[in-house]
Design a protein around this ligand. Sequence first.
Ligand code: ADP
Ligand code: MG
Length: 256
Amino acid sequence: MLDDAPTPHVLGDEIIIIENLYKTFGNVRAVYDFSMTVRRGEVVVIVGPSGSGKSTVLRCINHLETPSQGDIYIDGVHLEDKKTDINAVRAEVGMVFQQFNLFGHLSVLDNITLAQRLIRKRSRAEAERIGMEQLERVGIPEKARAFPRQLSGGQQQRVAIARSLAMNPKIMLFDEPTSALDPEMIKEVLDVMLDLARGGMTMVVVTHEMGFARSAADRVVFMDQGCVVETAAPKTLFNNPQHERTKLFLSKIISH
Ligand code: ADP
Ligand code: MG
């Protein structure tokens, strides 16, 4: 089980700053005046109803979406500045999706070495060495030569995490990483994420796994209709929500 031990984060400077972010798709307001700061080593969990803009916020952080308005700074680099090399920033920000997005025609290890070789310009030998270290870290080194289809969902998601970690990111973003998994595989993925959090990784995690939020998060952000409704430490937000919308949402997800 996930326990309630406090997370020994060393809080430092601000590594993600989002100021008054807006994102519209046609006439859909996906994100509306969203501001958030994440300090180095912090773990922030974002919760909120479907369609509240959680994925859009994550996608703006690594510039998979361009904001309609607002400013995002990643480790001091302004993403909206035309002179910014977005690919360089993106290499520092790992992202893990609900669907694992592994290449089916590549072995596990080749999935993990591909971006390292293309973007980090590592030799095959070095990329494989680092890849194996990360596969050890997520607990499945014996799967290096297997293909994704031979793995369970939980194992595939751990490969996707290893692939991101092999790039030595400064920040890891997770978008509902356990939502596509069978229940018995959720824990093995959350355990890897918890280890990462305890190791001091800066993480922004969209998840409805409240046990994970309680164990790993420094702060929980509740979003609704593109906005931050409230932000608090997990215990405070879950036990003593201030807003009616938060209470209503929590009553729906915590009851089961
Ligand atoms: P969440 O992750 O909280 O479920 P999303 O960020 O995916 O929410 O979506 C927020 C809103 O923006 C939703 O209404 C969604 O339909 C809309 N949206 C997201 N991405 C797109 C897109 N590429 N094109 C059009 N609408 C989108
Ligand atoms: Mg989403």
